[in-house]
Write a protein that binds this ligand. Structure first.
Ligand code: A2P
Length: 318
C-alpha cells in the first residue's frame, strides 16, 4: 500500500474517531458502522426477526458466518426489510472446513447464494486453523495463505468489498502480512473489559487493520460486573450500553448479539454520551485476559463453545 492510502486511512480514522461519528473507514476507504448486530447462536425465525428489527432500528451492519448456519434466514430478512442493499453492510466468514483456495472460492459462492446477495461487504477467514488438522501442523499456515489468495481474487472480482481475518493473533497477522498482495482490512476478535486486547489492538492500529469486537458483552457475563454497574448507574445508562460505549471509544467496531427487540434498540443507543478518561481507565482495569469464547492460544478443553457448536478443535494453531 502506498503512502497516499496510509495517510488517507489515518485521516479517515482520525475524522471518524469523534464520538459523534457513527462510522469508521477501512484501509481501502470502505466505510463501516461502529456498531453491528452479532448473530452467533441466533437461528431460524429468531434470527430473521432480530435482523429485520435491527435494520428497521437503524443498524446497517449484520455479522454472520458460514458456521452459524443462519445465512438463509438472514438473507430472507434482508429481502423482507426493503432496505436497499447498498445501505447494508454484510459480513460473513469462511469456516475452518472451507479453507484452501478452491474450497474458499466455492464456499463464498455458496455464502452469497444462501444470503441471496451478489457480494459481501466484508469476508473474513473465521479461524487461523483448518478443520481436521493437528494444531501444530505447518499445513495450517499453508492453507490459510491459500484461503487468503482466494479472498484476494474475490476482492479483485468485487465479490467482496473488503477482506479480513478473525481470531488471528499478532503472529498469524505478521505471517499473513509477509505474503499477502491485498492487506487485510479487519481482524475480528473477542474483546470486552475482561479481555481488552491492548497489544493486539496496537499492532492492528499500526498496520491499518481495523479491530471488530465480538462478544463485547462477554457473552452477557460482564453485565453484572460491579464496576460496569456502578458506571451505568452513575450515568443512568444500562450496563450493556457502558460496555459497548467503551468499545466504541477504543475505536473498534462492536458486534453485540441479541435476538430481543428492546435489547437490539438499547444496544444502539450509545452515540449520545461519552465516557470520561477515568471511566475508561476503570473499565480497562478489569482486564484479566479472559476469553469467554475460545482462544487461539489455549488448550482445546478450555475452549468448549467452539467444540459444542461446530465440533472443531483448533487451539494453539501454528
Ligand atoms: P439475547 O440474545 O437473549 O438478548 P455478546 O454479544 O457479548 O456475545 O452477548 C450476547 C448475550 O448477551 C446474549 O445472551 C444476549 O441475549 C445478551 N444480551 C445482548 N444485549 C443485551 C442487553 N442489552 N441486556 C442484557 N443482555 C443482553
Amino acid at each position: 500500500m502506498g503512502d497516499h492510502l496510509v495517510i488517507n486511512w489515518q485521516a479517515g480514522m482520525a475524522a471518524a474517531s469523534s464520538s459523534t461519528h457513527h462510522h469508521l473507514v477501512l484501509n481501502n476507504s470502505v466505510k463501516i458502522a461502529r456498531l453491528g448486530l452479532g448473530t452467533f447462536r441466533s437461528k431460524g425465525e429468531e434470527v430473521k426477526s432480530a435482523v429485520l428489527h435491527a435494520l428497521r432500528s437503524g443498524y446497517s451492519q449484520i455479522d454472520t458466518a458460514s458456521v452459524y448456519r443462519n445465512e438463509v434466514e438472514i438473507g430472507q430478512a434482508l429481502k423482507e426489510s426493503g432496505v436497499a442493499r447498498e445501505n447494508i453492510f454484510l459480513t460473513s466468514k469462511v469456516s475452518p472446513y472451507e479453507q484452501g483456495y478452491d474450497n474458499a472460492i466455492e464456499a463464498v459462492g455458496q455464502i452469497l447464494e444462501r444470503l441471496g446477495t451478489e457480494y459481501l461487504d466484508l469476508c473474513l477467514i473465521h479461524w487461523p486453523g483448518a478443520a481436521k488438522l493437528e494444531l501444530r501442523s505447518e499445513k495450517n499456515k499453508e492453507l490459510r495463505h491459500e484461503t487468503w489468495r482466494a479472498l484476494e481474487r474475490l476482492y479483485l472480482e468485487k465479490k467482496c468489498r473488503a477482506i479480513g481475518v478473525s481470531n488471528f493473533t499478532q503472529q498469524h497477522l505478521e505471517c499473513l502480512l509477509s505474503v499477502c498482495a491485498v492487506r487485510p482490512s479487519v481482524n475480528q476478535v473477542e474483546m470486552h473489559p475482561y479481555l481488552i486486547q491492548k497489544p493486539l489492538r496496537e499492532y492492528c492500529q499500526r498496520n491499518e487493520i481495523l479491530v471488530q469486537a465480538y462478544s463485547p458483552l462477554g457473552v452477557g457475563n460482564l453485565l453484572a460486573d460491579p464496576v460496569v454497574c456502578d458506571i451505568a448507574s452513575l450515568r443512568k445508562r444500562t450496563p450493556a450500553q457502558i460496555l459497548l460505549r467503551w468499545g466504541v471509544q477504543h475505536n473498534v467496531v462492536v458486534l453485540p448479539k441479541s435476538v430481543k427487540k428492546e435489547r437490539i434498540q438499547e444496544n444502539a443507543a450509545i452515540f449520545d454520551f461519552v465516557l470520561s478518561d477515568e471511566e475508561m481507565d476503570r473499565l480497562d482495569g478489569l482486564d484479566q485476559s479472559h476469553h469467554f469464547c475460545w482462544s487461539p492460544n489455549e488448550d482445546v478443553d478450555q475452549c468448549r463453545p467452539l467444540n459444542i457448536h461446530t465440533g472443531i478443535t483448533l487451539m494453539r494453531v501454528v
